[in-house]
Design a protein around this ligand. Structure first.
Ligand code: ADP
Ligand code: MG
Length: 276
């Protein structure tokens, strides 16, 4: 994928206009954060981008209308991680994550091997035989992210992937999304935490009442003006908004790793490296 863009998206539900003339774009290697209050239309927008919510306007992947991609190609290239996505099947974790490989029609042994490696990489190996219903909310969220990543999508649409997570798992998940971008993919992520959004996203798009209020680099979006306009909050002591929402902690084992702004590779690299 080179780029993904939406132009003038409109969604009407129950005779109410939920999205109005939304424009959006993201290119390979980039992470776009969607922020905004409850009910702004973020999840509806993500569903529209995933092609599961009919919308007026244009959605194009590398210039090609999403609706003209065949379902298999779409499933291989775009993954959608729903907000509080339910799992209806009585399956263990390994099988749920393996479902993410389904569009690739590969031999069962290959899927099994790739799934095990991904589970280990996501620190979910110890849960692989557990039944989904027995997991905590945070564990469930991490399993569903692993399933979305299992297909190694060029575009990942992730709806509040950190909502149920403790502090260190929030950072782990954001680092994982960032790593996905570094491998030449794009991520569009819905977040409420402006510290995570400002630190990890290349660009942010503020939505309110189904419209884009502002989009751009975090420093242009996380400002006292927009915080007041969107959330009706003001900062104590006239502090700088970006500084007030800066992320002042990191995972200890990531202390020596490259910053999120490290140079991007030009080409897509696989999620799960082949054995040397
Ligand atoms: P967000 O994810 O930003 O919190 P949503 O996209 O879930 O917001 O919802 C945006 C608005 O659309 C809300 O007012 C919500 O009540 C409404 N909405 C969402 N889904 C439906 C639906 N299926 N029918 C009618 N209204 C809906
Ligand atoms: Mg939502």
């Amino acid at each position: 994928m080179k780029d993904f863009r939406a132009d003038q998206l409109d969604v009407v539900l129950d005779s109410r206009r939920i999205l109005r003339a939304i424009d959006l774009h993201v290119h390979a290697g980039e992470m776009l954060g969607l922020i905004g209050p409850n009910g702004a239309g973020k999840s509806t927008l993500l569903r529209a981008l995933a092609g599961v919510q009919p919308a007026a306007g244009h959605i194009r992947l590398d210039g090609k209308e999403l609706s003209t991609l065949n379902p298999l190609e779409r499933a291989r290239r775009i993954a959608w991680l729903a907000q509080n996505g339910p799992v209806h099947w009585p399956m263990n974790i390994a099988r749920i994550v393996a479902l993410g490989r389904q569009p690739w029609h590969e031999a069962e042994a290959v899927t099994h091997e790739k799934t095990q490696r991904l589970l280990d990489a996501c620190a979910l190996g110890s849960l692989s035989e557990r039944h989904y219903d027995t997991l905590s909310g945070g564990e469930k969220a991490r399993v569903l992210l692993a399933r979305a990543l299992a297909g190694d999508p060029e575009l990942l649409l992730a709806d509040e992937p950190t909502a149920a997570l403790d502090l260190s798992h929030q950072l782990e998940v954001m680092e994982r999304l960032r790593a996905h971008c570094r491998r030449g993919n794009a991520v569009i992520v819905v977040l409420h935490d402006l510290r995570l959004a400002g630190h990890y996203c290349d660009r942010l798009q503020f939505l309110k009442d189904g419209k884009t209020l502002v989009s751009g680099p975090p420093r242009q979006v996380i400002t006292s003006h927009w915080l007041k306009t969107v959330y009706d909050i003001c900062l104590r002591d006239g502090r700088d908004a970006l500084e007030a929402f800066s992320l002042n902690w990191r995972l200890r084992h990531h202390e020596h790793e490259a910053s999120p702004d490290a140079a991007l590779p030009g080409q897509k690299q696989p999620l799960i490296e082949e054995d040397p």
